[in-house]
Design a protein around this ligand. Structure first.
Ligand SMILES: Nc1ncnc2c1ncn2[C@@H]1O[C@H](COP(=O)(O)OP(=O)(O)OP(=O)(O)O)[C@@H](O)[C@H]1O
Ligand SMILES: [Mg+2]
Length: 510
């Protein structure tokens, strides 16, 4: 369908820019894709701006002095829309290349064929991960599982922009894949307990994922699986003390001790009196977190049934998700300990191919992988750094989700090949994203401020060019803690108080 014609300006059309006059009544939007035939093939371009012109209003003296002349001229007919477009690639016989020739002035600009656009962007026709659709094209965003998770993904946006909603949609897609489409095991570090509803029977009309999701309510980490170096991350131990502990741990290799027992061994050892006191105190403090024991035990919440115990390895199966519900752990240290142990155990099992390929979601990632913070404050950071660096070789992908991109470790962020960015207004965070996401120009970056809840920009290896999309409706049950606005809650509370007071007066009267 003809939507306009390429116009000739002083420095366009060129292989990197062209402007086109939009046909009368034609509907073209910013961020829409269009196509033009050139001698190289079909050129795909993105409309990155639309300008309305009217030569009647181009000169201030006409506008100010000749106001009454408006009725004498067909002013409305002099209004034109001009689209500015950036060529993205030329497609010929199914192959895409970089455009090296401009379209001709006068060339017809056409509405893009959705199927061709999907092919051009690298979407899958079948078996893709459907996150939603491209704004203005009704084209489902079907991303390739391989391209997305052969490296890592970052989901970044300000609070309330829809990161967790999108993560749930992504999770639904991973849990809904058929065996022949290739399935991965998923793990999520759920800081606020937002994903636990996946593991619960849900009310209709939502889709029930409880047969594919398990929420871990309580965890016992085998104390003997922690190295002296890791123990040192949770206590102000000197290097000498750490080495002494390391030696002692070597002596007890193969013993399934807990930290209380290890503290006893320390007391009986030949260490200096002072070292013995300090080490056993720190070990006891870890013991009292209640997170460590003699053997691994993961207790799951099961709807309507008695709690059951599992081993992590048995839970990591294709097409299923293990949700570490960290919401009941108030102390940051406990969350860090669980993330450190689980991420390390999963990565080691993946290295030895004991479990299927894994996608690991890290919510509130700035707490686990902050930039420029010591190991004592973020002990789990080291293991996530290792996964970011080496995960690709072992098919262990990270999805880091954060509302504070600027506080994220830049090395890990740079290992994320796919960035999904939603509304963001903080200028520092925006700058940081501009520097760490490839292919984003200033105009695209500025658009992030205007995104609505549920709209996202995807950039990176998974798409040929950055795309704006609308996240699809989720199928799973979003168990909101409250749907009420603050003023409504405040009103209800006041009403309750009022009715209690009336009851009291009534009681007193009777
Ligand atoms: N695509 C969407 N369609 C409909 N509603 C949405 C969509 N995305 C988000 N919402 C709604 O917006 C609200 C905030 O979304 P969400 O909890 O995902 O934000 P967030 O970015 O994770 O925020 P935070 O950083 O505070 O965790 C929720 O009530 C959610 O239901
Ligand atoms: Mg969230």
């Amino acid at each position: 369908m003809n939507i306009g014609k390429v116009i000739s300006t002083q420095d366009s059309p060129s292989p990197s820019f062209f402007a086109f006059a939009i046909a009368r009544g034609g509907k073209v939007h910013k961020d829409q894709f269009v196509q033009v035939k050139t001698e190289e093939g079909t050129l795909f371009a993105l409309v990155d701006n639309i300008i309305k012109t009217n030569r009647y209003y181009a000169r201030p003296e006409t506008v100010v002095d000749a106001e009454n002349l408006e009725g004498l001229f067909p002013v409305a007919e002099w209004e034109f829309l001009v689209g500015n477009a950036t060529p993205l690639g030329v497609m010929k016989e199914g192959l895409t290349r970089r455009p090296t020739l401009p379209p001709s002035p006068g060339a017809v600009v056409e509405k893009i064929d959705s199927a061709a656009l999907g092919k051009f962007l690298g979407f899958r026709q079948r078996g893709g991960i459907n996150l939603g659709e491209i704004v203005h094209h009704n084209l489902p965003v079907n991303l390739s599982l391989t391209k997305m998770f052969q490296k890592h993904v970052a989901i970044l946006a300000m609070s309330g922009a829809g990161k967790s909603y999108l993560t749930s949609v992504l999770l639904e897609e991973l849990l809904s894949r058929k065996k022949e489409q290739g399935r991965v095991a998923s793990v999520i570090f759920d800081v606020h307990g937002e994903y636990v509803s996946f593991a619960e029977k849900c009310p209709t009309p939502h889709e029930d994922f409880s047969d594919r999701a398990i929420a871990i309510k309580k965890i016992t980490i085998p104390a003997f699986s922690m190295s002296a170096r890791e123990i040192a991350m949770f206590s102000p131990m000197s290097t000498v003390q750490m080495v002494e502990l390391e030696e002692l741990i070597k002596e007890f290799k193969g013993t399934r001790y807990n930290f209380k027992e290890l503290a006893e061994y320390v007391k009986l050892s030949k260490m200096k009196h002072q070292t013995k006191g300090a080490l056993s105190r720190w070990l006891m403090s870890l013991h009292f977190t209640g997170l460590f024991g003699n053997e691994e035990k993961l207790v799951a919440k099961l709807d309507g049934e008695k709690d059951r115990e599992y081993k992590l390895r048995d839970l990591l199966t294709p097409g299923k998700v293990v949700i570490f519900d960290l919401s009941s752990h108030i102390a940051s240290r406990s969350k860090q300990i669980i993330a450190l142990w689980a991420a390390k155990a999963i990565f080691n099992m993946r290295r030895r191919e004991l479990i299927p390929p894994v996608v690991m979601f890290v919510e509130e990632a700035h707490n686990f992988i902050p930039e420029g913070v010591s190991k004592e404050i973020a002990p789990a950071k080291g293991v996530f750094q290792t996964i970011a660096r080496e995960g690709r070789k072992f098919l262990c992908a990270l999805v880091i989700i954060s509302q504070r991109p600027i506080r994220l470790d830049t090395t890990i962020l740079s290992q994320c090949n796919t960035h999904i960015i939603m509304r963001i207004t903080n200028p520092y965070d925006k700058d940081h994203i501009g520097r760490s996401s490839e292919g984003i120009n200033t105009r695209t970056l500025n658009s992030l401020t205007n995104l609505q809840v549920g709209e996202a920009l995807i950039t990176g290896e998974v798409v040929r060019t950055p795309i704006f999309m609308k996240v699809r409706e989720r199928k799973s049950w979003e168990k909101k803690s409250t749907d009420m606005e603050l003023d409504a809650i405040a009103f209800e509370t006041n009403m309750k108080k009022e009715s209690e007071r009336i009851d009291e007066i009534g009681d007193a009267f009777l």
